[in-house]
Ligand binder design. Structure first.
Ligand code: BG6
Length: 482
């Protein structure tokens, strides 16, 4: 028999402004980096063009003032439909809803002297609406976007001035929403910068001679900015909780050959590196070797070490979709993932997008993270992207999604039984939203269907899927009725 989850467990769903809101040029919002990412049809997609942007693409996007082929500009129109959407989340019984605040909606150019009041008021309205239903907002300060102007003028996060600008943005929203939001996250999937430097850091592919160098410089600035945001949050909102956010890459060795095990350990360190800095407060020793061997050096300033050490996070949040395999032997077929890929695991099945489904891996990951850090954990992304089709009765019977989520929830419960402190679970995309990696909507994660296609054509009407009723039961029974 399934067991209940701890009292007060935060069940809900997770989204990001740029994939959800739309209204890219409304309410005084400036262009954001996400507004510049084109939709690429499947047959033209390479692993590279899903995560990089060139100067030419950036220029083309700047010249396109309307919607063009940029799906994150229309999102799923939460900007106008948030009341309807929040009512649906409330009907499912959400305790928490994860959104991000678009920096460009608050500071259209990133360094404006005053914030955009219309943008601030929009999130006030959203938080008020959530409060009506006792849904706690969980707010990410930076989820794969920043004002475009900061890329044009500063080359994104490579410039140290971004730290102050970001902290100013963070202080502005902490002050404005201090009575409305008590759970915060700093940078979404902070490790993504290593593979998707444009999405995560505003770094344009051909503008940097040494991309590796630029990445770790930008990352250092983000670490410092994140720590200063933690500090500001504590000063401005006593009692708030602020966490980091990692794309957790659970990695297995292909064999018990010690060489494979060692390689896997090294890969895992490269993933834990980020939480090591944000939770333990300093760059781990193993990274010195990595930087040396890869000829990476970056500039730090006196005082940075103290900032990192004194302002560590309250909890770790992470995304978990799949696991990876590493080997020192012949490299066989690779399995894809949102931004990361690994070797194919013969014991696992894959989603339609080739992501390997591994619910037990979530339990393993929860245990590993908790063993290593001993701070509360929060699964803030997990879910199945799939093509949904209506049946003859006009319904979407997404049993595949239910099956995926059920298996992962069971393993979370097991991890709690193992002793892991888990605050909550927000499945990714409770309503269909635009994919981050491919900018399509045909890859759907939602309990709620949105009637549009990849080119943004459709009514934008919302429809409940079978999983909607299932998740409602899960929350009602606090995880017992799966
Ligand atoms: C995570 C991101 O990497 O994965 C989300 O934080 C993203 O923004 C999610 O949407 C799923 O990836 P995709 O490419 O299927 O949208």
């Amino acid at each position: 028999m399934n067991k209940e989850f701890p009292k007060g467990f935060l069940w809900g769903g997770a989204t990001a402004a740029n994939q959800l809101e739309g209204g890219f040029n409304l309410g005084g919002k400036g262009l954001s980096t996400a507004d510049m990412i084109p939709f690429i049809p499947k047959h033209e997609r390479t692993s590279d063009n899903a995560v990089h942007i060139t100067s030419q693409q950036f220029k083309d996007a700047l010249n396109e003032k309307d919607y063009g082929i940029y799906p994150k500009r229309w999102g799923v129109d939460f900007y106008h439909r948030y009341k309807e959407d929040i009512a649906l989340f409330a009907e499912m019984g959400f305790k928490v809803f994860r959104i991000s605040i678009s920096w460009a909606r608050i500071f259209p150019n990133g360094d404006d002297s005053t914030p955009n009041e219309e943008g601030l008021a929009f999130y006030d309205d959203v938080f008020n609406e959530l409060a009506k239903y006792n849904i706690e907002p969980l707010v990410t300060l930076s989820h794969y976007e920043m004002p475009v102007s900061l890329v044009e003028r500063f080359n994104g996060w490579t410039d140290r001035r971004l730290i102050d600008l970001f902290v100013h943005f963070a202080e502005t929203v902490f002050t404005r929403y201090k009575n409305k939001v008590k759970y915060w996250l700093t940078f979404n999937e902070i490790n993504a910068i290593a593979l998707a430097p444009y999405n995560a850091g505003g770094l344009i592919h051909d503008r940097h001679e040494n991309m590796q160098q630029a990445i770790y410089q930008a990352l250092h600035h983000q670490f410092v900015a994140s720590a200063l945001a933690v500090k500001a949050c504590r000063n401005i909102i006593p009692g708030a909780q602020i966490g980091c956010m990692l794309a957790r890459l659970e990695t297995y060795p292909e064999t018990c050959n010690p060489l494979d095990v060692l390689k896997t350990l090294k890969e895992e360190q490269l993933n834990f590196f980020y939480t090591d800095v944000q939770v333990r407060g300093k760059y781990p020793n193993y990274m010195q070797r990595f930087f040396k061997e890869n000829q990476i050096s970056f500039v730090t300033e006196p005082g940075d070490e103290e900032i990192l050490l004194e302002n560590t996070v309250d909890f770790i949040s992470f995304s978990y979709y799949m696991s990876l395999v590493e080997s020192t032997g012949p490299q066989g077929e690779r399995a894809s993932g949102n931004l990361f890929s690994g070797l194919k695991n013969p014991y696992l099945e894959s989603s339609e997008w080739g992501w390997q489904i591994d619910a037990i891996g979530l339990r393993i990951t929860l245990n590993k993270l908790y063993d290593r850090y001993q701070v509360p954990l929060f699964v803030v992304e997990n879910g199945l992207g799939a093509i949904d089709k209506f049946n003859d009765q006009g319904e979407i019977e997404d049993d595949y999604r239910i099956d995926y989520l059920r298996k992962h929830i069971i393993q979370m419960r097991e991890a709690i039984e193992d002793g892991v402190e888990l605050m909550g679970y927000t499945s990714w995309g409770p309503i269909d939203i635009i994919s981050v990696s491919t900018s399509e909507i045909s890859k759907r994660y939602g309990f709620i269907y949105v009637d549009i296609d990849d080119s943004g054509q459709g009514t934008f009407d919302r429809r409940k899927k079978k999983s909607f009723y299932w998740y409602k039961k899960v929350i009602e029974s606090n995880g017992k009725n799966l």
